[in-house]
Write a protein of this length. Sequence first.
Length: 504
Amino acid sequence: MSAADAAAPAALVLAGVRMPGSDAVLDVHVADGLVETIAPAGGLPDVAGVERRDLDGRVLVPGLWDRHVHMAQWAMAARRIDLGAVGSAAEAAELVAASVARGAAEVVGMGYRDGLWPDGQSVGLLDRVAGDVPVVLVSGDLHSCWVNTAAARRHGLLDRAGDSGVLREDDCFRLVRELDDVADQVLDDWVADAARAAAARGVVGIVDYEMRWNRDDWARRAGNGFDALRVRFGVYTQHLERAAEAGLRTGDVVDGTGGLVRVGGYKVITDGSLNTRTAWCLDPYPGLGPDEHPYGVANVPYDELVPHLRRAREIGLDPAVHAIGDRANERALDALEAVQPNGWRGRAAIEHAQLLRRDDLDRFARLGIVASVQPEHAMDDRDIADRYWAGRTDRAFMLRDLAAAGVELALGSDAPVAPLDPWVAIAAAVGRTRDGRAPWHPEQAVEASVALAASTDGAGTVVREGMTADLAVVELDPVAASVDDLRRMPVALTMLGGRITHGG
């Protein structure tokens, strides 16, 4: 059964729930996919055939969104070697050697962060432990890969890998796309598993920035019964004209998906990343090697970015501009302003916005640009930032200052860079800490209510009558919970358009 053919959701009363920050106990009647009535506990009449769920004072919140994921990458990450805890090139090579010893025909790993490694990568190191077995290790930020000779030869990158075996930016993106060449049904099953896991965390929707032609993937999945999440998908530069020919416009529903799949924005990657030392910055990175650019890189020069953005606007796609370094953010704002000088009134966003000039805070607000941010990246990268952005980290991951300037925040994970779990992002935004460490730049923490509102795709923090019944029921009050409790928030129930997707 396709998502479009799914049965209408049954009527349901969520009895004995509370709203965030309130002790009042309420009953909520959900019917025809909407929140129909909210009344004091016991105030709704019994109606024949309407199921009643007693929730014993649990807290009802709008369903959560992750505003930046790479869904296929996230689904595949669980099936690849986890390099997240690796502390050196030698440790990574040991994991490769163990995989080869188990008979792997190809080794693919994900998640390394080499910014603080005491040793460097080399083709020779991987060749010694893997021989003729191809090895591709993808960094945690997806902006670099480390390969051996066999993999470089297989993927036609021998002339690009050099002695280090490290491929950055476009070379890496190309290789990762080739790794994605998994049979549709296999990948769709993995994506369905990942979507069910997301629903179990209270997630009702994602914005998918997989670097593919996403419309056909998601239409196929919905046609085959995918119905766990709402999806908005991104379009990249290489597909802009294809999107124009197909008449894709931001917000449009994809036919045959039951309204679950919509066109998202135009994604363009203007610079690199911090861990790969390619985020485009105003100040140089210390201690880089001879093959690394001291200021990072502009993947899309300004004189190309402006025409791309103008074309996207012409065909009806809202921009989602990747910018991490302060120079990249400055130029991204310049380009957005050049295209729309009186400000964006759609859903124009800068993705990541990790390092900013203070002068650009007001420009975000004046132009109406959403700051689509991933707070857990600050926890992953705090030590790397302290080294490579030394003296500037007071301008890194400036969530509080952005919010104070009137900028709309949209929280996400960039999964698989961080887990597809909005509670992890909320906890990082509120506490600026993880693993018992002292908070990192706590002056940039935001209130839990701000972080929650930034995680519900505009639905706010409180469920209201008349809204679509995309809902989550959690065990603890998110505006009163500790940071540790936020990070592991227990979710009792998730509903998508009045249909239970978790906790049934």
